[in-house]
Design a protein around this ligand. Structure first.
Ligand code: NAP
Ligand code: SF4
Length: 682
């Protein structure tokens, strides 16, 4: 099929004057953790080159600080020396050889840096940092501007095609732009002209120093989403000035890191912020880039066709599938491994100082280590269990050339992902199921759905290897009365669609307990519209007030929900840092009653009888009864190993992966990784 026939706007070249981009996709900046050590440059080079080979028009690295004061953390990435720049030449060469272009992101953390030497416009500590910045003097400001310009020159020396100046997300430049963080009374504060002097000096300086044939992307904060942010008029004035100062492209920045509104989580509807980019596009001539929650070629194409933006930026979707663009070009959309916006292996890892990867693609950022090579000898392999672990194993085995037969007791592949996709805001999990179904079919994997056979059938099947990925069964705590009909498991509700009454208690507040609360609060399964989602979180599409904020209008919960757990502290302690706060806010907004420190006593006609302890030393717990229609148990799971044990008993030596191996640390990230790694060995 001819390149670009499927998505004509997506594959339309973009002429920047001195260079032409082959299509409208920017691989947006994302810190991977590989930026921080120079000896990881070869790994970064492989990561970017793989995506360049698949046709990504322009890419941006993770953030590099132009000065030590601007570092995100001690020893984190900088572009401050010729040695660093020289080392980066390997990366830029590999990208260019693969036919791509790449810009270095210049990110000065300002008051978001986690070290004692941080600087900002004013001495105001961020609510998400324990370090207080030093307010820069005039000479200090000149020094930081000089550092940006020098870093851009070094980027050019390193072979980069340009830089992205990070002017959003609440970092250093954004801190100068907003009255929230800039309380200066000199020529760098007060009026808008003064507040935007810093970004303009940086862009002008880079343009002068790096020349006319150097891409300058300016990441402009379209929505600060904090009080004391910019007004829309200020943003338009800044954009026009940045354009005049020499920016080649304007990228959209959405929300400060300290904003209490999710901007990239899976519950954020696709392209939820593109409307703001469209408004800006009407004001400037320079091409503008839409970003956040664009993960699908249809969505990207529609935005470009409507004239919302000139380019779309995607970071996580290209982590999830390096061949996203090539598959879109070939009209193989159904084979795209879609980013489900979970953050579990990418941003959550980065916040824990671990190397990023991807829940649905464990090879991401590990391209030199996890290599899927053709099998030396084609073998016949049976896999029992079509959840994430079994699916990942089956796909990798088939990609390596093995013959695979996949046995699944349910009527559909997907396992726990088929439960997750029913949760409001988690509809994306269905995309992963679609991806596996499509790819397995394309590779000729034989799938036996509704399988009721057992160990004897597998043992007699003549397979060279047997892999057990039978997952988990819900834990049933030993609470007197647990067998009563009003007690349901999460499987009863999500898989068997058992009706649930108006008053409900949920036992367990882990990931599934919280998901269950959101499911029961929603009352229906229609995905939220962009407008409804903006109303819920208080985002004003008309931008009447500074920062784009409005009064949040959370939806009314469909039921009275009580969420109980035995431990102390907040619910969802095992969940990732980048999303757990939003889950907790959603529960609060929906009036879900939270009960930590619970001991379950019994269940009878009156309801669920419990005692609540204030802390571990509490000797006088409060006893009460929750009169509810249903009790939904979300108390974790146990491994489902019956088939494994039967096979062992019959003398087989099956492999065990996923939740069936270790239910305690079960999550989809580990399951998919384990399935992939085993398949590389067989
Ligand atoms: P989980 O996170 O381990 O939570 C289990 C819950 O049950 C906890 O609240 C635990 O809290 C309670 N519990 C454990 N044993 C109990 C017992 N004997 N009696 C009563 N309560 C008990 O497990 P999960 O919620 O089933 O989730 C499974 C996995 O999927 C986890 O790894 C989870 O992180 C992952 N997941 C992630 C997401 C996400 O959005 N990232 C969503 C869903 C699931 P107490 O001990 O305090 O009572
Ligand atoms: Fe997307 Fe989740 Fe992968 Fe991150 S870990 S790239 S959010 S699918």
């Amino acid at each position: 099929m001819k390149h670009g026939v499927h998505y004509p706007h997506l594959f339309q070249p973009l002429d920047l004057g001195f260079t032409t981009l082959p299509n409208r996709v920017l691989m947006g900046s994302m810190h991977t953790g590989l930026e921080d050590r120079l000896w990881h440059v070869p790994k970064l080079a492989a990561y970017f080159a793989e995506r360049a080979k698949a046709g990504v028009g322009l890419m941006v690295t993770g953030g590099y600080a132009p000065s030590r004061r601007g570092q995100l953390a001690p020893f984190s990435s900088t572009m401050t020396s010729r040695l660093t720049a020289l080392t980066h030449r390997r990366l830029t060469c590999e990208v260019h050889e693969a036919g791509g272009r790449i810009c270095l992101q210049l990110l000065h953390a300002g008051r978001y840096g986690h070290h004692p030497f941080i600087v900002s416009a004013s001495k105001l500590r961020s609510p998400i940092n324990r370090f207080t910045p030093r307010a820069l003097g005039r000479r200090g400001i000149a020094r930081e501007i000089g550092a940006f310009i020098r870093a851009a020159e070094l980027a050019r020396y390193a072979g980069y095609d340009g830089v992205e100046v990070m002017g959003s997300e609440g970092y250093f430049i954004n801190q100068f732009l907003c009255p929230r963080t800039n309380q200066r009374s000199d020529e760098w504060g007060g009026t808008l002209t003064n507040r935007m002097r810093l970004p303009l000096a940086i862009v002008e300086g880079i343009r002068r120093a790096a020349g006319d044939d150097f891409i300058i992307i300016y990441r402009l904060s379209l929505l600060d989403l904090v009080s004391g942010g910019q007004t829309w008029d200020e943003i338009v004035t800044l954009a026009k000035a940045v354009e005049k100062a020499g920016a080649t492209l304007i990228n959209s920045g959405i929300g400060w890191h300290e904003a209490r509104i999710p901007t990239i989580a899976s519950a954020v509807p696709r392209a939820a912020f593109a409307g703001f980019t469209a408004r800006l596009k009407n004001e400037v001539a320079v091409p503008v880039i839409a970003t956040n929650r664009i993960n699908d070629p249809e969505v990207a194409e529609a935005l470009l066709a409507r004239g919302t933006a000139d380019m779309v930026s995607m970071a996580r979707p290209l982590l999830a599938d390096p061949n996203w663009l090539a598959k879109a070009a070939a009209g193989r959309r159904a084979e795209i491994n879609t980013c489900i916006a979970c953050n579990q292996a990418c941003l959550d890892h980065v916040f824990e100082n671990r190397r990023a990867s991807c829940l649905v693609n464990p090879r991401a950022c590990h391209e030199t280590e996890i290599r899927i090579l053709p099998a030396a000898r084609r073998r016949c392999i049976a896999i029992a269990g079509g959840g994430p672990a079994g699916l990942a194993c089956a796909l990798t085995l088939a990609e390596r050339g093995h013959r695979v037969v996949l046995f699944e007791t349910a009527a559909r592949l997907g396992g726990q992902f088929n439960l997750a996709r029913r949760i409001p805001g988690k509809e994306e999990y269905g995309e992963t199921v679609r991806y596996y179904e499509t790819r397995l079919a394309a590779l000729g994997v034989e799938t036996r759905l509704g399988w009721q056979g057992g160990a004897a059938e597998l043992a007699a099947g003549g397979f060279d290897e047997i892999v057990i990925a039978t997952g988990v069964v819900p834990r049933r705590p030993a609470i007197p009365g647990i067998d009563r009909p009003e007690v349901l498991s999460y499987l009863d509700v999500l898989r068997n669609r058992r009706p649930v009454g108006e008053r409900v208690a949920i036992v367990g507040a882990g990931g599934i307990g919280i998901d269950m609360a959101m499911f029961l609060a929603a009352g229906d399964e229609v995905p939220q519209s962009i407008e409804a989602w903006q109303r819920e979180w208080g985002i004003d599409p008309d931008y009447a007030a500074a920062g784009g904020l409005a009064r949040p209008e959370p939806p009314r919960a469909a039921r009275q929900i009580h969420l109980l757990y035995r431990s102390f502290g907040k619910p969802g302690t095992g969940l990732g840092r980048t999303t757990v706060w939003a889950h907790r806010m959603s529960l609060k907004q929906r009036g879900v009653q939270i009960y930590p420190g619970i001991r379950y006593r019994h269940i009878d006609d009156a309801g669920l009888h419990v005692e609540q302890y204030r802390d571990a030393a509490d000797r006088a717990p409060r006893a009460f009864t929750l009169g509810v229609d249903h009790i939904v148990v979300c108390a974790g799971q146990e491994p489902n190993r019956a088939l494994h044990e039967a096979l062992l008993a019959s003398g087989q030596r099956p492999h065990l992966i996923g939740g069936a191996k270790n239910a305690r640390e079960l999550d989809a990230k580990n399951a998919i990784r384990e399935g992939t790694l085993l398949a590389m060995e067989l």
